[in-house]
Each structure stands twice: as C-alpha cells, then as structure tokens.
Design a protein around this ligand. Structure first.
Ligand code: FES
Length: 63
C-alpha cells in the first residue's frame, strides 16, 4: 500500500503536497514528479501551478 498524499496549506504560502505526486497539465503532459511539490494558491506565481515565491513579494496572506 502506498503512502497517502497529504495536502497542507502553509500559512501565507502555497499548498504543500506530500507523498508520491505527479502533476500533469490539461493535455496529460507530466510537469513534475516527486515526493513533495508546492502549488501556488495566491495567483501571483509566474510558474503556475507551482509556487515561485511571489506570494512573499506580493505580501499575500491566507486570511
Ligand atoms: S503561493 Fe507562492 S507564488 Fe503563489
């Protein structure tokens, strides 16, 4: 049995996705595989769906 995928919204930051993860685009192309990925939830990333740290520059908060 594989480990579960755990999605944790980080305070004032991205969603951390832990566990064996494959992120694909709408055409099914693999964008990233790994044990941990960080997905943007602020909308400012220039590398969506991944976090590129822009949330800090923009002063985004999750509240
Ligand atoms: S959450 Fe980090 S760039 Fe959006």
């Amino acid at each position: 049995m594989s480990d579960p995928v755990i999605i944790t919204p980080l305070p004032d930051g991205p969603n951390e996705v832990s566990g064996l993860t494959v992120v694909k685009d709408a055409d099914g192309n693999v964008l990233k595989e790994g044990e941990k990925v960080y997905l943007c939830r602020c909308g400012f990333s220039a590398n969506k769906p991944f976090c590129d740290g822009a949330h800090k520059r923009e002063g985004w908060t999750s509240n």
